[in-house]
Design a protein around this ligand. Structure first.
Ligand SMILES: CC/C=C\C/C=C\C/C=C\C/C=C\CCCCC(=O)SCCNC(=O)CCNC(=O)[C@H](O)C(C)(C)COP(=O)(O)OP(=O)(O)OC[C@H]1O[C@@H](n2cnc3c(N)ncnc32)[C@H](O)[C@@H]1OP(=O)(O)O
Ligand SMILES: Cc1cc2nc3c(=O)[nH]c(=O)nc-3n(C[C@H](O)[C@H](O)[C@H](O)COP(=O)(O)OP(=O)(O)OC[C@H]3O[C@@H](n4cnc5c(N)ncnc54)[C@H](O)[C@@H]3O)c2cc1C
Length: 664
């Protein structure tokens, strides 16, 4: 059989209806149709070509990004694309650009923190891209500690203006995407100072560049922070540095939904919580969870298809060698990642719902679910991005040597993706926020206030800290109730243990710092419980299509039992399960790998990614890997000449040195 036929053969083995699974993956038939149409539109447009971008110099890459962003905008207007279609188009263009921050943070910041009047003034210009904005929060000296920002916004009652200033080197804004070379405006986070009194960090809309000739306005120093990790990758983005020298803006450019400054310089707070100033971060963290499932599924699609094509060892009587996907070690590394992609997809969908719900409540002045929304978005952002970053690197290794080639698509995907563990909140810092939320929840147990939402299980803490797992045979691990109780017991016991240790400290903050490593582990356990439970909830829905639900059940079990195996220490040391039950879980996991094996190619086909989007020779749909690798090699600039540039200066003199030496 030719390499090109391997995937066709695999597709024949699928035990479910792939077309129906595509709809489940997309979220709805409507979303599937948009995604399918728009991804093909992007793939067929030569302006969106991306196979050469790791070869481009920084300047050429950046110009290429500007060209793509402008072309994308032109197509959006010409085709009258809806907001959802436009977002999908930008996603499939697949090149980080200033537009990510304009649409993803600048506009949401104004929507979430601006008054009605401010929204009416700024949003129409932003929607038409008559102004381009970024989100300027982080500074050279402070990123995680938002309360520590140093940029000041002093109110001048004489002129009814704020004076924005960078008092120190460390107060220089540093990192904002789109700031370096493109943004005309920014939402700038600065300390509000009125009459010498510091009212803490607030958001301000500041114009940075002229709308006529793009030059920085007086008092503004702005530029790019420089090259980042990897070639191509995130270097298409102009992450920027910005300093203010007493820049004046009108008073009405402070975002005033949360608090206001009157003409007389009086500071007033609405009855909405101060934390709403952080609302844009909650919004973006939620989108980052869905992005994790996309990045992970892309890497998994490449590694799975390649693993079915690649053969090593095991030839019998001159027959074909074994497909590497049939090695149990390959399966135990790859299939949990496939299951994780689906798990992150569904938890991302749920988080989107949670965010919509909290937004609706906020509009009705109900702030009760804000702490949970913060904890869920922070925790799930952290757990899904860390797992995805590790998984992309694992997929590279699963592809052996060829995974290290740029044309595999994996090195660039890794380089683009890993900052997700840092931006929008360092993952450890965010898990500590979850831990604070959990400790608060535990401390309130027994106070008559029942925990709700994702911490509702804590309401059964007495049972969960004493229950015994009922598993006696491997197949008992297939019961959702058994899996759920094991994950709940582990999470509850880890939180309660931390709370007990904390109570021994007379100073709770000191205790929190001392125990922070354990607290992070408790937070991870809680977040993994959420992901597992949302996968199980998804399976309670009506899911049409032959065999679709069954495949998802298998994936859900793989995801849960893989986590259980990986964190066996937690489960056993908390007494949530016994060592014997841990061994049975692993036995069941092996059986599940065999069960899902015939369908794995179809399960990655269900992502419905075009070859253009995948950007990988190893992952291409037809599986014609070797011919494509061979052809691609000859396209490298080094192969433009047979004898390389530099031969006469640097190679020949070495080769000929014995002639020179002989003459001496
Ligand atoms: C390749 C990509 C392609 C396409 C993507 C498409 C779309 C996505 C769009 C863009 C993504 C692309 C690029 C990425 C851009 C990245 C942008 C950024 O990085 S912006 C900067 C982000 N910065 C951070 O996240 C900083 C992290 N730090 C913090 O959030 C906070 O300071 C903190 C650590 C959470 C708070 O620390 P602290 O203890 O000092 O807390 P406070 O005193 O301030 O507040 C305590 C109190 O408030 C509660 N709280 C904290 N945060 C929130 C919140 N966000 N919402 C609600 N409540 C919050 C906290 O729980 C405490 O509550 P209490 O216990 O008092 O009840
Ligand atoms: C590619 C990229 C794009 C970005 N885009 C933007 C943007 O558009 N706008 C913007 O405003 N910002 C942006 N940022 C900045 C980003 O949000 C910050 O880098 C991020 O919030 C982390 O903050 P930091 O750099 O201060 O890390 P630090 O807080 O300095 O982290 C350094 C180390 O200290 C640890 N640490 C810090 N505090 C604690 C603690 N309390 N307890 C235990 N450990 C701790 C961290 O875990 C980490 O290991 C971007 C960053 C990157 C990399």
């Amino acid at each position: 059989m030719e390499a090109v036929d391997y995937l066709a053969e695999e597709r024949r083995k699928a035990e479910f209806d792939v077309e129906e699974m595509k709809i489940v993956w997309a979220g709805s038939r409507h979303a599937y149709e948009i995604s399918d149409r728009v991804s093909r539109l992007v793939a067929s447009d030569p302006v969106f070509r991306k196979d050469n971008r790791t070869m481009l110099s920084r300047k050429d890459l950046f110009k290429d990004t500007l060209r793509k962003a402008a072309h994308a905008w032109k197509r959006i207007i010409e085709l009258r694309l809806s907001e959802e279609e436009a977002k999908t188009l930008r996603f499939y263009v697949d090149q980080p650009a200033y537009t990510d921050l304009h649409w993803g943070m600048f506009i949401p910041a104004i929507k979430g923190q601006g008054t009605e009047e401010q929204q009416q003034k700024w949003l129409p210009m932003a929607y038409k891209m008559q102004i381009i904005g970024c989100y300027a929060q982080t500074e050279l000296g402070h990123g995680s500690n938002v309360q520590g920002l140093e940029t000041t916004a002093k109110f001048d009652p004489q002129t009814d203006e704020f004076v924005i200033h960078s008092p120190t080197l460390t107060s220089s804004k540093w990192w904002p995407g789109g700031l370096g070379k493109v943004s005309t405006h920014a939402v700038v986070y600065a300390r509000l100072i009125i009459d010498g009194q510091d009212h803490g960090v607030h958001g301000f809309i500041v114009q940075l560049r002229s709308l006529d000739d793009h030059s920085p306005l007086p008092g503004i120093t702005v530029g790019d922070v420089g090259m980042k990790f990897g070639s191509g990758a995130y270097n298409s983005m102009d992450n920027g540095v910005l300093r203010f020298d007493h820049v004046r803006i009108p008073r009405n450019q402070m975002l005033m939904r949360v608090s206001q400054v009157t003409r007389e310089g009086k500071y007033m707070q609405s009855d909405v919580p101060r934390q709403l100033v952080y609302g844009t971060m909650v919004y973006v963290r939620q989108t980052i969870v869905s992005d994790a499932s996309r990045a992970l599924s892309r890497a998994v699609c490449i590694a799975t298809r390649y693993s079915a094509v690649r053969r090593q060892f095991g030839s019998q009587n001159g027959g074909p060698e074994t497909q590497v996907i049939n090695y149990k070690t390959q399966q135990s590394r790859l299939f949990p990642l496939l299951a994780s992609a689906y798990a992150f997809k569904f938890v991302g969908e749920w988080l989107k719902w949670l965010y919509a719900d909290v937004t609706q409540r906020l509009e009705a002045n109900d702030f009760s679910t804000l702490p949970e929304a913060h904890a869920c978005t922070a925790g799930l952002k952290s757990v899904t991005t860390s797992a995805t970053a590790d998984a992309i690197e694992e997929c590279r290794k699963l592809c052996g040597g060829h995974g290290y080639l740029s044309s595999s698509g994996l090195p660039e995907l890794f380089a683009v993706y890993i900052p997700a563990c840092t931006y929008e909140g360092d993952n450890i810092v965010l898990l500590l926020q979850v831990a604070r939320f959990l400790m608060k929840t535990v401390s309130q147990l027994g106070s008559g206030k029942n925990p709700v939402g994702t911490t509702a299980y804590m309401g059964r803490v007495e049972h969960l800290t004493q229950c015994n797992c009922e598993v006696q045979r491997a197949e008992d691990w297939l019961k959702p109730s058994v899996i759920l109780e094991a994950f709940e017991a582990r999470a509850a016991r880890m939180s309660v243990a931390c709370a007990k240790s904390l109570s021994k400290f007379s100073n709770p903050e000191e205790g929190f710092a001392e125990l922070s490593a354990d607290l992070v582990e408790a937070a991870v356990a809680h977040c993994q419980l959420i992901i597992v439970s949302k996968f199980i909830e998804k399976l309670q829905q009506d899911i049409p299509g032959k065999g679709v639900k069954r495949q998802l059940e298998t994936l859900c079990n793989i995801y849960a039992l893989y986590l259980l195996h990986k964190h066996l220490g937690d489960f056993i040391s908390t007494g949530s399960i016994s060592p014997k039950q841990g061994a049975l879980a692993n036995e069941q996991l092996r059986l599940l790998y065999s069960q899902v094996r015939p369908s794995v190619i179809a399960l990655v086909d269900a992502f419905n990614y075009t070859d253009h989007y995948l950007g990988s020779i190893l992952g291409c749909y037809d599986g014609n890997v070797y011919q494509k690798l061979y052809d691609e090699a000859w396209k490298d600039p080094l192969n433009e000449t047979v004898v390389p540039d530099g031969y006469h200066e640097y190679i020949r003199p070495i080769l000929k040195q014995h002639i020179r030496n002989a003459r001496l």
